[in-house]
Design a protein around this ligand. Sequence first.
Ligand SMILES: [Zn+2]
Length: 401
Amino acid sequence: MDPQDLPSHVAFPAAAAAPCPACGGSDTHSFYRLQGIPVHSCVLLEDADRAKAFPTGDLELAACAHCGFIFNQLFDPARIDYSEDYVETQGCSGTFRSFLEGTIQGLLKGRECANQLMVEIGCGRGDFLEQLCRAADARGIGIDPSSTAGRVDLRAGRGLSFLQESYSKKHLALDARAIFCRHTLEHLPKVQDLVALVFKHLESRSDNWTFFEVPDSLRILKEGAFWDVYYEHCSYFSEASLGRIFESAGFVIKDLDLVYGRQYLHLLAQPGTCAADQACKDPAQMLQAVQIFRGTCCATIARWHKLLHGHPPGTVALWGSGSKATGFLTTVGNHDRIDCVVDINPDKHGRFVAGTGHEIVAPAALKGRPIRTLIIMNPIYTDEITTDVQALGLNPQVLTL
Ligand SMILES: [Zn+2]
């Protein structure tokens, strides 16, 4: 796709950018711009008109040459309201539940946590904390301004409670043995503030520990995975930049791995003095990936744009209505070819995707619709979804992002 053929709201600037929010470095450059994208990608609306009129914002990703951190330099936290009614995105999937179980088993291996306090920052509706405390026989406190606890078993482990507020200094009084934070750090513009507060919370004991899970952005850049870039994500990490942020705060990193089909980074750290050979992670890989992103992203947009163009209107369906679907729909163009978005979560059915206003339907609703092609939004669910499609007696062309 020639740059002049890109959807008009997509651009690849090359300009000096704001100072790095992670390390303070001034050698930063912007490289990807999206104009007018929905400020929330997980919020689902009651009708199509409201979904299409949903507030938008602009994104301009910049990379720091010193530490490799990537950030949206146009991000405005005031645009985001985390008390909005989020709908749980993945909990209905067997694949995802197995992933959570495996994660928890790995974290608890060799650690005595019975009756200890586990704190989760950004706990959502509390499924992870519930499973964790049950497996560890521990106490749990979930802290999240959008916490919708009530669907979980508050008696799990030694008991759970939830605080509907943001994690702050006042929570340092909680006697936590471990602090968990999954898919939250990428939503914060000042990432080092949260990591420093967690360090302060845990520093009194060297056997306290913390676990963070964030999306890996090296893959996004290398694959041109434009559907994984959206407004709420203002911070993007690689192993190097994530590790550097924690080491700078005073943590020793015990584990830093790519998991979940290499989509997520898992970091396990404890307070302590960082060994010299751990310090100064090399940002070179990330910076090389930034260099090739224009090419990879143009190629993926062109590929999907062409595929959609080859279909009559209303003959394509997406499967999976999480942020990837919103990112895909709002970036790729040609969305009149897409009839609907399928999701297995009944709470989402009859609601609409912010930005483009596509309806979310149950798998069974595909019957009777003229769908020629089904695009799976996350390749990790391909087997699970293919089985569901076959069980419905349908035979569309099935593609994955
Ligand atoms: Zn930096």
